[in-house]
Design a protein around this ligand. Structure first.
Ligand SMILES: Cc1ncc(COP(=O)(O)O)c(C=O)c1O
Length: 163
């Protein structure tokens, strides 16, 4: 029977190069990187080396690279972490209605903390139309939208549509 697997976004076979890179750590250097003994320190150095390599690939700083144990953890960290870190800039959040449930649940958790969340509808192609974003932005959000535009070097006037 022919088996067709279409869920590679959830889990996928490990590429040979990745397996080759990982094997020494799975077989020999399996220490907990958070522990001070030698095996842990070696694992820590390997994690930091990987962090530097990923940062270089993404043209980011190593301190901006955070490894998580799952997609759901990463979504929670991004959504809840960003909202809480920017709480003083506003508590109105927009997302699409078709996000993974770990993302939707992160936004629902924020709603319970007093954030106002718009779950924007999407087209049949799964796109959020700029008009839906424009409709959802309130006058109170304008300062934040203006800041976001300035950060990208855009003129504030009318940029809500392009953000
Ligand atoms: C977009 C997206 N986010 C999160 C997840 C959840 O990932 P995990 O099972 O690693 O927590 C998936 C899994 O398919 C996903 O596709």
């Amino acid at each position: 029977m022919l088996r067709v697997y279409l869920d590679h976004m959830a889990t996928t076979p490990v590429a040979r190069e990745v397996l080759a890179e990982m094997l020494p750590y799975l077989e020999n250097c399996y220490g907990n990187p958070a522990r001070p003994y030698d095996l842990g320190a070696e694992a820590r150095e390997a994690v930091e080396r990987a962090r530097r390599r990923v940062a270089e690939l993404l043209n980011a700083s190593p301190s901006e690279i955070i490894f998580t144990s799952s997609g759901a953890e990463a979504n929670n960290l991004a959504v809840r972490g960003l909202a809480e870190a920017n709480r003083s800039r506003g508590m109105h959040l927009l997302t699409s209605a078709i996000e993974h449930h770990s993302t939707l649940n992160a936004f629902r958790a924020l709603q319970k903390q007093g954030y106002v969340v718009n779950f924007l509808p999407v087209t049949r192609a799964g796109e959020v139309l700029p008009e839906r974003v424009e409709e959802a932005i309130t006058p109170a959000d304008n300062a934040g939208v203006g800041d976001a535009c300035k950060l990208r070097g855009w003129h504030a006037a009318g940029c809500a549509r392009d953000c």
